[in-house]
Design a protein around this ligand. Structure first.
Ligand code: NAD
Length: 255
């Protein structure tokens, strides 16, 4: 099946590296015009340059998606440039660590603000554009949550687990409310992936060998393997899918 996104305009948050960068490049290769968002402008520009070098169309927009004014700027700049928004990928996330007994309240709040409130801001703002302007065309929103908090516990990451479980709950209601406008909302739960954010953990040989034993496919995931799932969910191939939560974890969690 050939999955194309020709003429579509997509925003990917936190797309300056890792999973978000892979998603942005994959959607661009399928024909979408990309608003590459990141808190870090240099990271966003690097990804934009790679997309353009591969013949795609992209623009970098530095914004903190947990800040409503900056989220509005991201959405309005995209709309101004291309006149429409068809796809939103809520990918930006942070993962503060520490035991519950010692956790700082600021870490808890910041984790909720970026992972959960940022997803709400972006879904609301892009949902308004899609529902008011897309008419028959509708749109697609994909959230990147995690198996953590939803299917497994994750040591020293209680706030992260709570926020990601919150994203799953929010996304279901978002899918229900937005269905009347032809907007599909789905959520991907990655297992453990080889990105910069897991680099320190991957240096622990004991942990790596435990993961390889726990994961039936016996390896960590590659960012591109999330990107392919996201591409499918954004494409017409998934036209009858909404409100779904899809695990991509090499089979680590089976139900
Ligand atoms: N890597 C994994 O194994 C894994 C597993 C499960 C879920 N996830 C989720 O996938 C997503 C991407 O993970 P990753 O490993 O690529 O992360 P990463 O830390 O490598 O990249 C995240 C990017 O988001 C940006 N960012 C952070 N806060 C932001 C904000 N407020 N506004 C805009 N941009 C912001 C960062 O600058 C960074 O470039 C995250 O939501 C993460 O929780 C990752």
């Amino acid at each position: 099946m050939q999955l194309t996104l020709n003429e579509k305009v997509a925003i990917v948050t936190g797309a300056g590296r890792g999973i978000g960068a892979a998603i942005a490049k994959t959607l661009a290769a399928a024909g979408a015009k990309l608003a590459v968002n990141d808190l870090n402008p240099d990271r966003a520009e690097r990804v934009v340059n790679e997309i353009i070098a591969d013949g795609g169309e992209a623009m970098g927009i530095s914004a903190d998606i947990s800040n409503k004014f900056q989220a509005v700027h991201l959405v309005e700049k995209t709309r101004e440039k291309w006149g429409r928004i068809d796809i939103l990928i809520n990918n930006a996330g942070i993962e503060p660590t520490g035991s519950i007994l010692k956790m700082d309240e600021w870490d808890w709040d910041r984790c909720m603000e970026v992972n959960l409130k940022g997803t709400f801001f972006m879904s609301q703002l892009v949902g308004r554009v899609m529902s008011w302007e897309n008419s028959e065309r509708g749109g697609a929103i994909v959230n990147i949550a995690s198996t953590a908090g939803v299917q497994v516990a994750l040591a020293d990451r209680a706030a992260y687990c709570a926020a990601k479980a919150g994203v799953v709950g929010f996304a279901r209601e978002c899918a229900r409310e937005f269905a009347q406008y032809g907007i599909r909302v789905n959520t991907v739960l990655p297992g453990i992936f080889e990105t910069e954010s897991t680099e320190t953990l991957r240096q622990n040989a004991e942990l790596m060998s435990r993961w390889e034993n726990e994961i039936p496919l016996a390896r960590l995931g590659q960012a591109n393997e999330i990107a392919q799932t996201v591409l499918f969910l954004c494409s017409d191939g998934a036209s009858y899918m909404t409100g779904q939560t899809i695990t991509v974890d090499g089979g680590r969690v089976m139900r």
